[in-house]
Design a protein around this ligand. Sequence first.
Ligand code: SF4
Length: 452
Amino acid sequence: MANASRGASNVPRERFDWEITANSDQSFENALEKARSGVRLTVEDGIELLTTGTDLQGIDRERKELVLEAADRRRREVVGEEVTFVANLNNNVTTACNTGCLFCNFKDRSDAFLADNDVDHAGFTKTPAESREIVAQAIETGIYEVTSVSGLHPAFALDDEHREILEASDRSDLNYKPPERYEKNPGTYCEQMAAMSVDDVHLHSMTPEEAYHARRGTPWSYKEVYSRLADAGLDTVPGTAAEILVDEVRNVICPGKIGTDEWVMAIEAAAAVGMPTTATIMYGHVENEAHRIHHLDVIRDLQDRIGSITEFVPLSFVHPNTPLYDRGMVDAGATRDEDELMIAVSRLYLDNIDHIQSSWVKYGDNHGLKMLSCGADDFMGTILSEEITKRAGGGFGEARSFAEYVEMVSAIGRIPVERSTDYQQRQRIDPDNPPFGPVLGPNADGTPLVER
Ligand code: SF4
């Protein structure tokens, strides 16, 4: 294959001495044939497709197109021509976090939030009452999902019983300080869930990492934690904090976070108490293609066991304001070729998850739309406010109206469809019948959600 057709890869394999490397005894042609015929792919097949062949260096654009084509065909077979999106609000409770993940610029060291500390910081903490007010206002506009992902504030406890345990403990490794020490009290996790559960809004919150924080210092199982959160109002769980579910990568980019087994255990527990989850991958930093495929393999195995993962969300690493970039551990994020292949191979590898999301916050509008012809069928949500990617240097905006969705999805010849968080409710939107607004939520009457 001519070098001129090959795209660069930003995966800096040579900087890290990984045990898992992107090698395979499979051929690209065999792997592609298996993908086309719907045979379940092996890790080696996945590596061949994601690298466009380990027999060649870099990405071969002609082979890439074949992979994208196979994925687009699979998408059509599995979910048809509909492109879904949800009317939601992001309400993140706090940026206070001491975990120190190197890909993250969302957090602020929690000491900066102490009442007796004069350090200036751009972070925030919301009380339960403040969260409730923000959600109540958004529901008035017609949203019906609240997504809430937060830093691991040391004052957070699951509930009053958990706080008593933390207060009584003399362990110094629990990352706990009483709320009175801080300028703002985030309350307990259960109080935040109850506060955000306004008018039956669907509450999507408490990642496995947050669930770990909510049980620290106790013998409680994840099932116990998620049961209490469900009683307080939690409906479904975001499968974020997954990053790359391979511990040699986690040890580099987020050594303070839970390991792969613990993440899987938390998602299994959410499933056991009847809560569907999503699953994610954050790629395009220090990992190689083999790590990405091993991650997909963990997710596919998990889904075989629980069957309650509603969608898979590939998140392209946004590098500019992150420690990984500042320390010279990465030069950039993934290339567009890598993004397209990640979406496509996710569609082909995850034969037990129906929906693959294209995140316009990570990819931007044009590139995000392109992903809908590479295997993706969901185009995220209105979100109304976005802090995590923005703080990492992403510049693709914070809100999306239904009118914009209808225009963009129709422009590529697909069918715009409003959906509920769990995809159980779906409503096709007629592009010839404006105005466009959500109809599925408690206060959703078709009025446009975001006026520009
Ligand atoms: S990714 Fe989450 S846990 Fe890690 S530092 Fe950022 S806010 Fe904290």
